[in-house]
Design a protein around this ligand. Structure first.
Ligand code: GUN
Ligand code: FE
Length: 424
């Protein structure tokens, strides 16, 4: 017997970045965890199946947070008066060092996983810390949440305090041990991703070893790229052989050439770096709120989209204050207006379609056929009840979605499906 689920409501999604597809009071059919189709009137053959009727609610694809730091969730919304490198030293590294304690990690990660589960996010690329056991605890919590995630044990063997620095050999060996642990755990929804923190945290020797790990286990890669001007200068000093920041990763085969790779930020990518990202299929993660809070700058996302790069959105908690990706969409649009006004009139501001696309299909594609309701896509769906935001005015479905971008949070999330499974 096929496993059929039918949701009824106002269905809205993006096939392309330029346009919403809308089916008002339509039927969204899931078959064996995949989208079977969208219908204005239900086909006769499906007449006998039960229907979950969500009335006037909106139904959208699940969102993908392509960049979030789980251990930083504890201090989100605080300590934003510094730039990246000082912020890492003052706020981030001392907090991450606490995750050596598995009990501390267990408590913190339980809250993180619970809140992520109740957000509009169905998929995420998540940073842990350098600690292998605590990262497994994070993966256990995420597996239980029903979300589909890629999680990384972070690698760091230089330029951090003693409590948050591994030996070079140790970092590589612990990563291999972690991979073995992960294989043993047989997670269904929680995948490992190689996570060298960023170039200033990883010696050349370590990156060489991590490439061996990547090849041995065939895993994807996540890191940070061209986020902040002082960081970029520092990378030039640390890697004089590199033509540009991303070339330092590419030097070690960790820049998309033979594994799916996501790089957060890309605020200051040079022409050469953009070209290499295109050639290697590197994903850009735009993290607008983080870029504001850490005074990093305004990434040229509109250009990345127009040039056909793969772009998704990241909350980058705790550079960003919230896991709510509606906020990330609004910040992306608002930042793009400031960029157009103050920096570069060549590219107009992002439209709501483009912000929505990045949060759903754009980032979702890193997980495969995810983030759309086209036939064959994995059935990740979020039902949104906007009655809390109601005005007495008549509004179109598109206007209601736009209002959600600016005003919605987890209170609007009424039901959520991941790969066809109802998780809330
Ligand atoms: N670069 C290296 N580590 C980090 C981090 O934790 N957050 C951000 N935003 N950038 C980084
Ligand atoms: Fe980050």
């Amino acid at each position: 017997m096929d496993d059929i689920k039918i949701l009824k409501g106002n269905i809205i999604y993006t096939k392309t970045k330029d346009e919403f597809e809308i089916c008002e009071h339509g039927y969204l059919v899931c078959k064996d965890g995949k989208v079977e189709g969208i219908y204005q009137t239900l086909p006769f053959r499906l007449g006998g199946e039960p229907i979950e009727d969500h009335g006037d609610c909106l139904i959208i694809p699940g969102m993908t947070d392509l960049h979030i730091h789980a251990p930083q969730y504890t201090f989100r919304g605080t300590g934003m008066d510094l730039e990246l490198l000082e912020w890492l030293e003052t706020n981030t590294f001392p907090e991450e060092a606490k995750y050596k304690d598995v009990l501390y990690a267990n408590e913190a990660y339980a809250k993180f996983a619970k809140n992520l589960k109740h957000s509009s996010t169905t998929r995420a690329c998540v940073f842990g810390t350098i600690h292998r056991r605590s990262t497994l605890v994070l993966m256990d919590h995420l597996e239980r949440s029903g979300l589909v995630t890629m999680v990384g044990k972070v690698n760091m063997d230089r330029n951090s305090p003693d409590e948050l620095r591994e030996g070079t050999q140790e970092s590589a060996e612990e990563t291999v041990e972690w991979m073995k642990d992960v294989q043993h755990k047989k997670y269904k929804n929680t995948l490992p991703i190689l996570t060298p923190r960023f170039i200033p945290s990883c010696t050349d020797e370590l990156l060489d070893m991590l490439k061996m790990v990547q090849m041995r286990y065939q895993i994807p890669v996540q890191s940070h790229l061209s986020e902040n001007l002082s960081e970029i200068e520092w990378v030039k000093e640390l890697c004089p052989y590199a033509e540009f920041y991303g070339d330092a990763y590419d030097h070690f085969g960790l820049f998309g050439a033979d594994a799916p790779t996501v790089m957060a930020h890309c605020v200051y990518s040079t022409e050469e770096e953009i070209q290499r990202m295109k050639e290697n299929g590197v994903y850009v993660v735009h993290c607008p709120e983080s870029n504001e809070n850490l005074s990093s700058g305004i990434a040229p996302v509109k250009r990345y989209l127009e040039e056909g790069l793969s772009v998704g959105l990241g909350s980058d908690v705790a550079g960003g204050s919230t896991e709510n990706l509606f906020r990330a969409m609004a910040h992306a649009i608002q930042m793009s207006k400031m960029r157009w006004r103050l920096v570069d009139q060549k590219y107009p501001a992002l439209k709501s379609e483009e912000a929505f696309y990045m949060a759903t299909k754009g980032g979702g594609s890193f997980f495969g056929k995810v983030g759309s309701f086209e036939e064959g896509y994995e059935f990740d769906a979020v039902v949104l009840d906007d009655s809390r935001l109601e005005s007495s005015r008549q509004m179109s479905v598109k206007d209601r979605l736009e209002r959600m971008i600016y005003l919605a949070d987890e209170r609007e999330v009424k039901a959520k499906y991941v790969r066809g499974n109802k998780i809330i």
